[in-house]
Design a protein. Sequence first.
Length: 401
Amino acid sequence: MTSNLENIRPKLEALILGNNDFDLLESELERFNIFSILKIVDAEIRHSAALAWLLDPQGAHGLQDRVLSDFVKQVVALPDEKIKSNQNPPSPIEIDAWSMTGALVETERAHIDILISDQKNKFVCAIENKVGAEEHSGQLGRYADWVEDNYPDHSKLFIFLSVGRDEASDSRWISVGYDLIYSVVDRLVTLHRSAIADEPRMFLDQYLRTVRDHFMTDSSKVVALARRLYSSHREAIEFIVEHRPNFRDEIYASLMGLVESSERLSPEPSTRGEVRFTPTVLLDVIPEDERAAEYHRLVKFWFANEGSALSVVVEVQPWSDQVERDSIIQFAKDHKPPFTVGSNPGPRFARIYVKRLWNHQGTVPEESDIDDTVRSKIESFLTGELVKVIDVLSRTGAFAE
């Protein structure tokens, strides 16, 4: 082991001493960028807000309806069989003839990331945006159903936007990558640069650089530098990666210790990503069925360990007695707060309560601080929000006798 460390030391020094590529990479990463400064490069909600602003014809970017029109035209022109399964999708020629200045762009309407409705042209477009996260079970189907129910006389377009152009789970959604967003906005900013005021132009330039450097691995200058460094210093970089702090393991160890030692919580079979528990006072209250395929209790509590963040989730599971399952979901809808269930919960897994407890916001905490931080956040939750959830469930008779 000592010999291996002695061999790797000169390689680590070669990586950082007098290495022009390394210095250039650091310089590129340190360039002023509002997305990086606010630590929202991977923040899905913030990117959805920025994209909604770009697509909004009334946005203060000076591009009017050009981004919206060009983006929709590019999507419907894709050689994707799923376009045919959308209800009456408009053609690029039709869209080019439209004025879309009256289109309404909304975020988080019915939990849809971006919803664009154009009454004049009888057109509606739903965009589900995934940045560094996975699609939740059945959500695309629920969103498409809602749009179809609420806009029956509109032509419809469902867009699943992701960094890697991931495949959508529902056949009505067209998978689109951020490269398409980049090409549309970059072209329009170049063509109409003189019409854009200084402040929005600075924001647009930084947005484009963020998309290019973080979401477009094939065209990024930063990625090209990183690949060149890896090729020249592979052994040193792999050694660094191998010994980087594993926050997920640290958080998992803290969570398991807390759950197993707490008198308030009864441990359930867990994974690194889901540390499950049942509040002790609800052990004889929540219906239980050992034959259940997914989970043996009707309602599952767990801490969601993402490594960079920690949340708590309460979810209604698939159940043989659908009436009993529907009853607890309706109960959660009728008792907000503390519950946070949406209007269209999943047909199999319905999250009735979700709360973010901690996010280290891209900073690198000391390993010795993680346990203290996790314990502090969990203790605050156990003596605060969890008490409210338990009180409502037990006091108001949520479960059938």
